[in-house]
Design a protein around this ligand. Structure first.
Ligand SMILES: C=C(CC[C@@H](C)[C@H]1CC[C@H]2C3=CC[C@H]4[C@H](C)[C@@H](O)CC[C@]4(C)[C@H]3CC[C@]12C)C(C)C
Ligand code: SAM
Length: 387
């Protein structure tokens, strides 16, 4: 079917073509070369990105997974989720391994399309996204009352965006732990480049079985990370063990809210999609998270959903909503590099999963059944120097 172009466009095109015809052969070559160079420059910009601190499109990798195995690993990851409503990961004993695989698959894409902090933030009035993100991270340092000379633990540290903020604002030393070796390497590179190496350390390990002695840290925090644990008590119990008596633990938890109705099929479907696209074994309720902390011996000091706590802050999911056209463009870019053999086979499928989960997260946020930022502040009983 022929497509009719608007008259203004056809007449402008005809005028340009007329002008081009009047040029000498040399001038025509010059215009052709200039057009070609400009197109190549624009293509290189799209493929390369602008920030040397994040992977370029052509550097998108499978993290710690060899590029030849990305497709198979993603298929195995996808198959590990049950088909029944509300089922999540079928064999929970495989959770920690699957989460490690998940982060190998998504870490470069996250950094490329989001940044070095793998979490959401309430949007503060008159502050841009980065400032709002930093404020969300700095709140942690304040709640833990961290001071220079003290040692704190970042439980599930990603590539270290929050760790660098917390160390910089508090002057305390932060040790990050993540299950994924690729994230350890990225975090150390960023820490060194940004001058944070003296105040940080990053180790690979399982936060349900940590390689630290009891009573080691003056504070601990977890930002949108403990939701990956097969059971919350396992990770909370470990944090309790390594904290000094009297110290605080703060978590921004991914949980279902009071609005979630387990008998509502649409609610359960949204949660299943969130679990699958984010490497979660299941979704816990805010109450289960509170209880898990108390069960391992913590005192509950504060419990507050930051998604609804402030009447002036904008919704955490707005950044995803604003980005939906970018996500579609990104999918075109990833599909192109995949088709040209310039990205590991299977990364297109991983990206598709993220495009879809962005929609489910927005639905979870808009309906109010889900929050990625239920603040839980716990204290390990004992010495009262920090009360
Ligand atoms: C805490 C967790 C991760 C939270 C967020 C950092 C990520 C959740 C969904 C992710 C994304 C969705 C869409 C992607 C987009 C299609 C792509 O082109 C660029 C990256 C995304 C924006 C990506 C970025 C990170 C998230 C927002 C979980 C895992 C517990
Ligand atoms: C969504 S990311 C958040 C990262 C970081 N807190 C941030 O906000 O940028 C979740 C993190 O939890 C880590 N994680 C998940 N399960 C883990 C486990 N069993 N042991 C250690 N780290 C784990 C992941 O490797 C990842 O670094």
């Amino acid at each position: 079917m022929a497509v009719a172009l608007p008259a203004a466009v056809t007449s402008a095109y005809e005028r340009l073509a007329g002008e081009f015809d009047k040029l000498s052969t040399t001038q025509k070559y010059a215009v052709g070369i200039a057009g070609g160079v400009t197109s190549l420059y624009l293509l290189a910009k799209v493929l390369k990105g602008s920030d040397r601190d994040k992977p370029t499109t052509l550097q998108l990798s499978g993290g710690s997974i060899d590029s030849s195995k990305v497709k198979d690993e993603f298929t195995a990851y996808a198959d590990s989720y049950g088909k029944n409503a509300g089922e999540g990961i079928t064999d929970r004993s495989k959770t920690v391994h699957l989460v490690d695989v998940f982060y190998s698959l998504v870490t470069d894409i996250y950094e490329w399309g989001w940044g070095q902090s793998f979490h959401f933030s309430p949007k503060l009035p008159n502050k841009d996204l980065k400032a709002s993100e930093a404020a969300h991270e700095a709140r942690i340092a304040a709640l833990l009352r961290l001071q220079p000379g003290q040692k704190a633990l970042d439980c599930g540290c990603g590539v270290g965006g929050p760790m660098r903020t917390v160390a910089a604002v508090s002057g305390a030393h932060i040790t990050g732990i993540t299950i994924n070796q690729y994230q350890v390497d990225r975090a150390k590179t960023h820490n060194a480049r940004q001058g944070l190496a003296p105040l940080t350390d990053v180790v690979r390990g399982d936060f349900t079985n940590m390689p630290f002695k009891e009573n080691t840290f003056d504070g601990a925090y977890a930002i949108e990370a403990t939701c990956h644990a097969p059971k919350l008590e396992q990770v909370y119990g470990e944090i309790y063990r390594v904290l000094k008596p009297g110290s605080y633990f703060v978590s921004y938890e991914w949980v279902s809210t009071q609005k979630f109705d387990v008998n509502n099929a649409e609610h359960v479907k949204i949660m299943d999609e969130i679990n699958f696209g984010n490497g979660l074994p299941e979704m816990r309720t805010w109450k289960e998270a509170e209880d898990a902390g108390k069960n391992v011996g913590f005192e509950l000091v504060m419990s507050l959903d930051l998604a609804t706590a402030s009447v002036v802050a904008g919704p955490w999911y707005e950044r995803l909503r604003m980005g939906k056209y970018t996500h579609a463009i990104n999918h075109g870019i990833v599909s192109t590099v995949d088709a040209l053999g310039l990205a590991p086979k299977g990364l297109k499928e991983v990206h598709h999963m993220l495009v879809e989960v962005a929609k489910s997260l927005i639905q979870g946020g808009e309906s109010g059944i889900f929050t990625p930022m239920h603040l839980l502040l716990f204290r390990k009983p004992g010495a009262d120097k920090k009360k």
